[in-house]
Ligand binder design. Structure first.
Ligand code: ADP
Length: 196
């Protein structure tokens, strides 16, 4: 079972992906977390992507493909995974299916598009920044970087909604409401897919 989360920065992908993965016993693959760990650890990859992430831009597709391929090849992914933050470009989506087929994981079964209006995601990110003021907040939650992340999302990632509508895997989920309410909607879509 391969599940992909799509949604704007601040839409709640990370939180919901973690819950869904835990409930269904699947590993959560968060490319944002993996890259932040690499930056924190000062690896070669981390040094390469640090400035790109701080600017709110996307890491090149070839770098991402290598990272995701290594992760999906691990034994804990044999039964599938919940992908949170990947794919994020058309190029990433187009190379994902051949990769997962080659690894014996089949194709993407379900794409959960968390739909949250732009003014609400901006408010959520600003609240997250205030909560972590002076602490361990994300560098890329500063206003000008958030604006760039939103622009990149609309330009590069939003077209994947159409891409996955065409494959039949897309489920648009209303992402407004409490964490529990949104989770129940996601879980309902997940149960339907599992039963198919
Ligand atoms: P967001 O809250 O913007 O959805 P993430 O935590 O998923 O943030 O990702 C943080 C940053 O990591 C992105 O702005 C981008 O620089 C980089 N990143 C994460 N996933 C990808 C990806 N699939 N392709 C390219 N860059 C990525």
């Amino acid at each position: 079972m391969l599940v992909v989360f799509l949604g704007a920065p601040g839409a709640g992908k990370g939180t919901q992906a973690a819950r869904l993965a835990a409930k269904y016993g699947l590993p959560q693959i968060s490319t944002g977390d993996m890259l932040r760990e690499a930056v924190g650890a000062g690896t070669v990859l981390g040094d390469r992507v640090k400035a790109i992430m701080a600017a709110g831009d996307l890491v090149p597709d070839d770098v991402m493909l290598e990272l995701v391929e290594d992760r999906l090849a691990k034994p804990d992914c044999a039964g599938g995974a919940v992908l949170d933050g990947y794919p994020r470009t058309r190029g990433q989506a187009e190379t994902l299916d051949p990769l997962t087929r080659r690894l014996g994981l089949g194709e993407v079964n379900l794409v959960l598009m968390l739909d949250v209006p732009e003014d609400e995601v901006l408010q959520r990110i600003s609240a997250r920044r205030q909560e972590s003021a002076g602490g361990n907040g994300r560098d890329d939650d500063r206003d000008e970087v958030v604006i760039e992340r939103m622009r990149v999302y609309r330009e590069r990632t939003e077209p994947l909604v159409e891409y996955y509508r065409a494959t039949g895997a897309l489920e648009r989920i209303d992402g407004v409401g409490s964490v529990d309410e949104v989770f129940d909607r996601l879980d309902a879509a997940m149960r339907t897919t599992v039963q198919r």
